[in-house]
Ligand binder design. Sequence first.
Ligand SMILES: [Zn+2]
Length: 280
Amino acid sequence: MTNSLANHMQSTEPHWWIAFVAALLVALAAYRLRALTMDGMVAATLVGGSIVAAAGWWPGVVLVSYVITASALSLYRSQASASVPQVRGKQRDAVQVLANGGIPAALAVVSVFTDSPGPWLVALTASIAGAASDTWGTELGRFSGSRPRLVTTWKPAAAGTSGAISPIGTASSLAGAIAIGLVAGIGYAFGWDVPGITAGGLIAIIALAGFCGSLLDSLLGATVQAGFRCPACDVLTEHRVHACGTPTVRVKGWTWLNNDAVNMLAIAGSATIGLVAATI
Ligand SMILES: [Zn+2]
């Protein structure tokens, strides 16, 4: 049984419908645990199913390890610090799922249609590492004792401000990227076929590309990401309409470049670094 499971994990092309059923079951569990909204569940099924159907089981395992750690850290933080203001809800919707998972899914599909899938599989895993790095840094950074500082001007900022970093948050970002690299490395050791790269090279590139992506996320968050102010409550927010219902006024960045778009750009950055490094 274990042996046949191992053999099955090694085959890179599970039947596509098995991939989507497996993704649906994981997404359904996440929905039941209130980690996903209903439309988030549909998006997660499409993302997870595409990745496993196109790239195999191990990228799926990497994806699930990101989702589980991100949800667990989010839950841990919200329980441990009820007083800390929450910028976003715990349940991820379709837009958030696609902002984090759209690029990995697209890379998985590309890897099917290329003669040298190795670098694309590295880019796929690196992009998941970028998402994990950002999430670990954001969630655990809120436990920082000192006030975070803006990555650009080094001025102290309120906890949870986009583009503000702390030593704990930065170390957590690095840990998140390394964790994803290690999961990919375990997959490699168990026979996940990534042509043209060693296990050590795979882990190092994924960790580095993932961490660089989260740094890019902070940089974009501090500069071009839209920031708004609620005129009624006089607080800064990332939303065009404040939680109190008042339309907000833009105080920085580009109006269309919200947190989800910045996440997606940072993940694209991780993917690009992974692709280039694996090609070289
Ligand atoms: Zn308000």
